[in-house]
Write a protein that binds this ligand. Structure first.
Ligand SMILES: C[S@@+](CC[C@H](N)C(=O)[O-])C[C@H]1O[C@@H](n2cnc3c(N)ncnc32)[C@H](O)[C@@H]1O
Length: 278
């Protein structure tokens, strides 16, 4: 039923259907206060499908041939906000505390595990290209296919690239022309260094190999405690025994039963890790 502003709001029962779906599929918990968000983000889709009630729309997205519509719903209800060199202390820690001591003969393997539109993995790639003496590999993943497509294209509006240090902008970005005026594109040599892949952290992980570093930033904030614990256990199993885990600064592992110990703000290492013995 449409409210005063013409936008329909899901009733409690309808809201719970979407709440449950997001939790089951992505591990994301939508608190009750997010009813307005569901309404605002999905109302256009209801209109596009000529429906005016959320339970009808819920039935529709659960039909087997409506997978693309379901994907759109999951994308609309998740937050993809990100930017280059977000939380710069993490990049400084990597540059100053990890890279100098890391064996130049070993391949340093890094996973950006909720990479969104690519700003995080490209920031890592710039730093690694600049500072890593030995071989390195970078895997970037997200559950959302459309953010991964954007990430692979590597095209960003100029004002979204302001946090990239000037020397890196010169070296790793090219100015767009014609329809891409006002944009920067990541150079192919850097784009080719990032392997993008769709991964749902809320399910058993595909074969990704072992990592020395996992960036799991600003995604656990949306998970409930059970999901957080399960995701951390999965990540622990793909980390090297001396591997590092980076989480968002507003996220904490406190109170979650996990194998990580705190090293620095929002930086963890597996318990019993062999720091400094690479
Ligand atoms: C706010 S962005 C964080 C981007 C980046 N890590 C950063 O810190 O700037 C959160 C990302 O997590 C992704 N995400 C949400 N649930 C997920 C899940 N179950 N598995 C993998 N990625 C997920 C979303 O699609 C979104 O792109």
């Amino acid at each position: 039923m449409a409210g005063d502003n013409g936008i329909a709001v899901p009733n409690d029962k309808e809201f719970r259907l979407f709440q449950r779906m997001l939790l089951d599929r992505l591990g994301i918990f939508l608190p009750d206060q997010k009813k307005a968000l569901v309404s605002h983000r999905l109302w256009k889709r209801l209109q596009a499908r000529q429906l005016n009630c959320f339970s009808d729309y819920y039935r529709l997205i659960n039909q087997p041939d409506e997978q693309p519509e379901l994907n759109q719903v999951l994308e609309l209800l998740t937050t993809n906000e990100t930017y280059f060199f977000r939380e710069p202390r993490h990049f400084e820690f990597l540059r100053d505390n990890i890279l100098p001591g890391f064996d130049a003969r070993r391949t340093l393997r890094v996973w950006s595990a909720a990479s969104s539109t690519g700003e995080e993995p490209y920031s890592l790639a710039m730093l690694l290209m600049d500072r890593r003496a030995g071989p390195w590999e970078l895997v970037a993943s997200d559950v959302n296919q459309s953010v991964l497509d954007k990430a692979r294209r590597g095209i960003y509006r100029d004002q979204r690239t302001e946090q990239i240090p000037e020397v890196y902008r010169q070296r790793f970005c090219r100015k767009g022309t014609g329809p891409y005026e006002g944009c920067l594109r990541i150079v192919p040599e850097l784009r080719e260094r990032v392997r993008f892949q769709q991964v749902n952290l809320n399910q058993a992980l595909p074969e990704l190999g072992r990592f020395d570093l996992v960036f799991l930033r600003n995604v656990m904030i949306y998970f409930d405690d059970t999901t957080k614990r399960d995701v951390l256990n999965r990540v622990a199993r793909v980390l090297q025994p001396d591997g590092w885990l980076f989480v968002g600064h507003s996220e904490s592992l406190q109170g979650i039963d996990s194998e990580f110990r705190a090293l620095a703000p929002a930086i963890y290492q597996l318990q019993g890790g062999r720091r400094g013995q690479h």
